[in-house]
Each structure stands twice: as structure tokens, then as C-alpha cells.
Design a protein around this ligand. Structure first.
Ligand code: GDP
Length: 172
């Protein structure tokens, strides 16, 4: 069936926070133990129903480029949504979220909808960022927020669908 909308979504955040795994979990319900097997694939898609419309999410992965600060303007071009990922067990990746927000403000469309995701929530014993603190940062910056686990799948579907719903509400 033809889709009613195609929404470009970019996944950003520091290296090894789980961007590729979150994408795999949402688009194929998979978690790769050999996690860089998708390198080189620029985007993956999944079509879902939002408010009785067929919405194709076209979700772009940085494919490792974030290491070199080489995420270019082309990556952000046309993006209606962003999933900004940090790792709840690595404080530094959360501290860098503010920089990623600056990147978005500089390169992406002003109306881009952003979902902040604290990934690896399954690693409770190693937690280094409190959910409350991240929620407060998200509120201050005008982002949506969820913790999630690409490994267990917890909250992944919900976070992506929420983002798609918010984009849909903006465009319809
Ligand atoms: P990327 O560089 O941000 O794309 O990160 P990857 O998706 O390649 O994941 C980096 C590492 O974190 C890999 O070893 C993954 O197996 C692991 N990882 C990703 N998501 C999770 C998660 O939700 N929980 C746990 N425990 N490990 C994860």
C-alpha cells in the first residue's frame, strides 16, 4: 500500500551509545550482537499507522561518522525528527547531548521534533545519569524524553511512535 507520508528521521549522539541497535530494534525488531553489521547502510524504513494514515519512517544512521564530527548538513537536510541518544551508563554521553542540540539548532530545520533517548536502561547497576535529570534537561530544551533499551526492546517502539505522532501532528 502507498504511504501517505514519508518522515525523515536522523539518529544522533556519541559513538557507541546504541544508535544502530535502536534503529535495528525499531525497524526489524532485531538486536545484533555483532553491532556494526549495518555499517554502510544509510537509512532503514518502517511503515506504521498514525492517526489512520500510513507513515513511512525513513530513519538515518550516522554509520560511525559521529566519531569524526563529520555529520554534515546533508544528513540533517529535510529531517522532520531526530532521535538524540545517550548511554545511561556513561555520563559523558549525556553531557554531550547539549552539543548535539546545538548541532541540530545550527543545521536542522527549526521545527524539527527531537526525542532524547537514554539508552541501555537494562544496565541498571551501571547507571550514571538519573532519569529525572535527563527529563529536566529535555523539558528545558523542548525535547521529548524516554529511557529505553535496544537490548530488551523496552520503550523503543513507544519512543519512536511518539516522535512520529508529534511530527504527524505538526504536518497535518
Ligand atoms: P552506535 O555507535 O551509537 O551506533 O552504537 P551501537 O548500536 O553500535 O552499540 C554500541 C554498543 O552498545 C554495542 O556493543 C551494543 O551491543 C551495545 N548496546 C546497544 N544498545 C544497548 C542496550 O540497550 N543495552 C545494552 N546493554 N547494550 C547495548
Amino acid at each position: 500500500m502507498e504511504e501517505d507520508y514519508v518522515f525523515k528521521i536522523v539518529v544522533i549522539g556519541d559513538s557507541a551509545v546504541g544508535k544502530t541497535q535502536l534503529l535495528g530494534r525499531f525497524t526489524r525488531d532485531e538486536f545484533f550482537l555483532d553491532s556494526k553489521s549495518t555499517i554502510g547502510i544509510e537509512f532503514q524504513t518502517r511503515t506504521v499507522d498514525i492517526a489512520r494514515r500510513r507513515v513511512k519512517a525513513q530513519i538515518w544512521d550516522t554509520a560511525g561518522q559521529e566519531r569524526y564530527r563529520a555529520v554534515t548538513t546533508a544528513y540533517y537536510r529535510g529531517a522532520l525528527g531526530a532521535v538524540l541518544v545517550y548511554d545511561v551508563t556513561r555520563r559523558r554521553t549525556f553531557d554531550h547531548a547539549a552539543r548535539w542540540v546545538d548541532e541540530l539548532r545550527a543545521h536542522a530545520d527549526k521545527s524539527i521534533v527531537v526525542m532524547l533517548v537514554g539508552n541501555k536502561a537494562d544496565l541498571a547497576a551501571g547507571r550514571a545519569v538519573a532519569a529525572d535529570e535527563a527529563a529536566a534537561f529535555a523539558e528545558e530544551q523542548g525535547l521529548f524524553f524516554s529511557e529505553a533499551s535496544a537490548l530488551s526492546g523496552e520503550n523503543v517502539e513507544r519512543a519512536f511512535l511518539r516522535l512520529l505522532e508529534e511530527i504527524h501532528a505538526n504536518v497535518s
